[in-house]
Design a protein around this ligand. Structure first.
Ligand SMILES: NC(=O)c1ccc[n+]([C@@H]2O[C@H](COP(=O)([O-])OP(=O)(O)OC[C@H]3O[C@@H](n4cnc5c(N)ncnc54)[C@H](OP(=O)(O)O)[C@@H]3O)[C@@H](O)[C@H]2O)c1
Length: 307
């Protein structure tokens, strides 16, 4: 059994990452530092999380406290592409480049290891992709990728004669297991990254205003089965869901504002799910996205047609 928490995929990304969505600036600095001290070597950030200043402090203090160099840490961030329906202006090529430069100032970094277009919400997404290619040439992003892109939007990039994304970060858990897209990404050697692995749990985004109450009824069966497996394996329900994502070949991301959970969510190598338990969880798939539901859209299905 694999016991090494620093196992990495083909772009050098550790298979377990610490997510920073819904952390305040202060929480981001404390929790990111704590995550690095606990052993996380992969931090997932984004322009849209409005907390990169805190994440930057957490990275700096965490690296110092853990005695690690920048090269040992894998940092991902994302471009918010703009979205007309929300009144957010769409970013062009130059703005894409300038955005990462400003983010790097907030993050107190010289480069990110992976830079993603957060979602295919803009008509300018090919121009934005061209911007990411330039950012890679400039050395400001070691790898470039996308998030919430379905096969169709990845094919748009390839048809336009540009290099394919190195990675695609998507919602992925037993209720939302997009196997068709997973197979396509495997065929194309695009690294899969799972977000919101814990969305099926009743404890997911439970605090006021976090939006965890959405689609609560469709999660009940999954919660029952996950809990049975967790009792059998003497691990937590969260560990079962995260391990399921890893055994599906994904890197997983997980966020917590609580010390104990930060440590628990990293402990994914001391157990494994049997074929039978994997099958029980696989049977729960409804291709039902949950993570963005509170904001009223599914980013995988709302891409505007390109003009
Ligand atoms: N690209 C995208 O569109 C996109 C979308 C969503 C997320 N993401 C990224 O993926 C990361 C992970 O997704 P997520 O934020 O939805 O996180 P998650 O890890 O799937 O779930 C976090 C929620 O579960 C709770 N939780 C954490 N650990 C737990 C445990 N061991 N037991 C019970 N409950 C637990 C947390 O509460 P406490 O904080 O109170 O512990 C929080 O409410 C994000 O932070 C972000 O970096 C990307």
């Amino acid at each position: 059994m694999e016991l090494n928490n620093t196992k990495r995929n083909t772009i050098g990304m550790p298979l377990v990452g610490f997510g920073t969505y819904q952390l305040s600036i202060n929480q981001a600095s404390t929790c990111v530092k704590e995550a690095i001290m606990a052993g996380y070597r992969h931090i997932d950030s984004a322009e849209a999380y409005n907390n990169e200043e805190g994440t930057g402090i957490g990275i700096k203090e965490g690296m110092e406290a853990a005695g690690i160099s920048r090269q040992e840490l894998f940092v991902t961030s994302k471009l918010f592409p703009g979205y007309k329906q929300w009144g957010a202006p769409e970013k062009d090529y130059e703005q894409t480049i300038e955005t990462l430069k400003s983010q790097l100032v907030e993050l107190q970094l010289d480069y990110v290891d992976l830079y993603l277009i957060h979602a295919p919400l803009s008509e300018l997404r090919l121009e934005q992709w061209r911007g990411l290619i330039e950012l890679k040439h400039l050395g400001l992003a070691k790898n470039i990728g996308v998030s919430n892109y379905d096969q169709m939007q990845i094919e748009e990039i390839i048809r336009a004669g540009m290099v394919k994304p190195d990675a695609n970060q998507i919602e992925f858990h037993p209720i939302c297991a997009n196997h068709k897209l997973s197979a396509y990404m495997k065929e194309m050697s695009i690294e899969p990254i799972a977000y919101s692995s814990l969305a099926p749990l009743s404890s997911w985004r439970k605090e006021e205003g976090q939006g965890g109450e959405v689609l609560a009824d469709i999660k009940e069966e999954c919660q029952r089965i996950v809990h049975e497996i967790a009792v059998e394996l003497k691990v937590s329900d969260a560990q079962v869901l995260l391990r399921w994502g890893m055994q599906q070949g994904y890197s997983v991301l997980t966020k917590s504002s609580k010390s104990e959970r930060i440590r628990e969510n990293l402990d994914l190598y001391s157990f494994e799910l049997s074929t039978d338990n994997m099958r029980r969880l696989d049977q729960l798939n409804q291709n039902q996205a949950i993570a963005w539901a509170a904001s009223g859209i599914n980013p995988m299905t709302t891409a505007p047609t390109l003009v």
